[in-house]
Every structure is written in structure tokens, then in C-alpha cells.
Design a protein around this ligand. Structure first.
Ligand code: G
Ligand code: G
Ligand code: MN
Ligand code: NA
Length: 253
């Protein structure tokens, strides 16, 4: 079997699973949302990280099916947490450039309705490359997602191109500052200056800010001083499987 047909069969067989990483409000450590991160529970190779199969799915066109499976699992998990009385304001789902087809909006609406989840609790994470590759077409689709009620975050912000143009042109709700800028935030004055500039710019145009890769209390403190609203990283929690994420949530209450 080729890897492609193996992945196609794996999606159908339910071998994809999601892990979840909390995103916290930095002022009071309350939960802002959970980011869903896909893994492939491979029968022989064990648990595979997205880097092992997402690029392949993008190349062979399977990313459409994979993306819908991920969206369904993520929204279903949010509904399950609701039923369990575990409060999760928002679920963030990564979406690849190749998923930005017009039908995406109706498919997401169908998934949300089937699970009884309001669109305002869905955040779609897109990389800058997703937005630069296909400017005008992506813009129309993003407008439709916003009208539907979902929010849109730019992932890995700062490592791509034409960041400032994107902010002006596209209906973005939030910026996720790439973890490479956060890594030495507390010790490198240049990185601190870059993060400060990103935050000032983002807030001045009304964008919410999320810092990625927060690993140390010093980073959290520096981000708090600079006014970053949310943080995500090993300091708070690693990506957790559904069971561990539910236990983590239960421990927060
Ligand atoms: O979980 P991990 O740290 O291995 O994630 C690595 C990368 O894989 C992340 O940067 C994320 O953007 C990407 N990724 C994770 N889950 C998904 C997904 O469901 N769809 C897409 N397109 N990318 C994902
Ligand atoms: O979508 P994105 O590329 O941002 O996916 C998040 C990735 O970052 C996941 O692969 C996750 O495992 C990883 N990650 C999450 N928190 C941390 C952290 O604190 N430090 C580092 N180095 N990686 C992290
Ligand atoms: Mn992401
Ligand atoms: Na990221």
C-alpha cells in the first residue's frame, strides 16, 4: 500500500486523534481556549506527529478529508466537554491553505449544527503562507467565515512575509506570536523589542494576541508586562490527549 492510500484508509478507520493544548488568559490564568493538534495513531508505527503526515496530505489532496475529520473531532470534543460540565470557551483548529475552498464554510456550518456548537466558539488558525499564497480568493472565504461567527487567528506570526499588509486587508481576529520570538524574550533585548512592537501594532488595530511556546515563568511575566493577552506553552500544559485534557480541565474547576 502507498502511504497515500494508507492515510486515506486511516482517516476512514478513525485512526486520527486530536491532542489539545490550553490557551490561557495571562492576567488571571483562566482558560481562553484549547488548540486541537492532530496525530495519527498508526497501527505499526505508533503515534505520529502532524509533521509526518500533514505535508503528505497537503501534497496528495487528502488534506480536505483530513481537515474535515479534524474539524468534526474537535467540535465533537467541545460538545462532549459541554455535556461533562467542563468549561472550554473556544476550540482552535489548524487549517491548511489547501482547505480554503468555498465549500469549507458550509461544511463547517454543518459540523457545528450537528454538534450543537455556536460558531463564535470556533477559532481557525491559518499560517501567513496560507494567506499570501492566494490573496483575493482567501479574503472572500475568510469574510464568509467571519460572517458565520468564527474567529480567525494567524499562526506563527512574524516568521512569514507581508505580515502588515495581511493585517490591513484580511478579517483577522487574533495573532499568535511565533515561539521563536518568545524563546529568548526574557534575555534578548532585540527579541523583546520585536515582541513589544508586534503587540503594540496588534492591539492598535484591535487584534487579540496569543504568545506561543511559553515555557518559563520569566517569559510569562515579560509577556504580561508587555500586555499580551493569552499564552500557550509547556509552562501551562503540553498538548494532552482527550482523556488527559479532560482531567486537566476538571482540575482547573
Ligand atoms: O502538535 P505538533 O507540535 O507536532 O504540531 C506541529 C504542527 O502541525 C503545528 O504547527 C500545526 O500547525 C500543525 N498541525 C497540527 N494539527 C493540525 C491539523 O489538524 N491540521 C493542519 N493543517 N495542521 C496541523
Ligand atoms: O500550530 P502550531 O505550529 O503553533 O502548533 C503548536 C506546536 O508547538 C505543537 O507542535 C506543540 O507541540 C508545540 N508547542 C506547544 N507548546 C510549546 C512550548 O512551550 N515549547 C515548544 N518548543 N513547543 C511547543
Ligand atoms: Mn496552531
Ligand atoms: Na504555531
Amino acid at each position: 500500500m502507498t502511504v497515500e492510500s494508507e492515510l486515506r484508509a486511516a482517516i476512514a478507520a478513525g485512526q486520527l486523534e486530536l491532542h489539545y493544548q490550553p490557551q490561557l488568559c495571562l492576567d488571571d490564568r483562566s482558560l481562553a481556549g484549547m488548540e486541537a493538534l492532530v496525530r495519527w495513531r498508526h497501527p505499526r508505527l505508533g503515534l505520529l506527529a502532524p509533521g509526518r503526515f500533514v505535508p503528505l496530505a497537503e501534497d496528495c489532496g487528502l488534506i480536505w478529508e483530513l481537515g474535515l475529520a479534524v474539524m468534526d473531532l474537535a467540535v465533537a470534543q467541545l460538545a462532549a466537554w459541554d455535556r461533562a460540565g467542563l468549561q472550554v470557551p473556544r476550540i482552535a483548529v489548524n487549517v491548511s491553505p489547501a482547505q480554503l475552498r468555498p465549500e469549507l464554510v458550509e461544511r463547517i456550518v454543518e459540523i457545528l449544527e450537528r454538534h450543537g456548537i455556536d460558531a463564535c466558539r470556533l477559532e481557525i488558525e491559518l499560517t501567513e503562507s496560507a494567506l499570501t499564497a492566494d490573496g483575493p480568493a482567501a479574503n472572500g472565504l475568510l469574510q464568509a467565515l467571519r460572517r458565520m461567527g468564527a474567529s480567525i487567528a494567524i499562526d506563527d506570526f512574524g516568521v512569514g512575509y507581508s505580515s502588515l499588509t495581511l493585517l490591513r486587508r484580511l478579517p483577522i481576529s487574533a495573532l499568535k506570536i511565533d515561539r521563536s520570538f518568545v524563546a529568548e524574550l526574557a534575555s534578548n533585548r532585540q527579541d523583546a523589542a520585536i515582541v513589544e512592537a508586534i503587540l503594540r501594532m496588534a492591539h492598535s488595530v484591535g487584534l487579540r494576541t496569543v504568545a506561543e511556546g511559553v515555557e518559563h515563568a520569566e517569559q510569562q511575566a515579560a509577556l504580561g508586562v508587555l500586555g499580551c493577552q493569552e499564552g500557550q506553552g509547556y509552562l501551562f500544559a503540553r498538548p494532552l490527549d482527550a482523556r488527559a485534557a479532560s482531567a486537566w480541565l476538571a482540575a482547573q474547576c
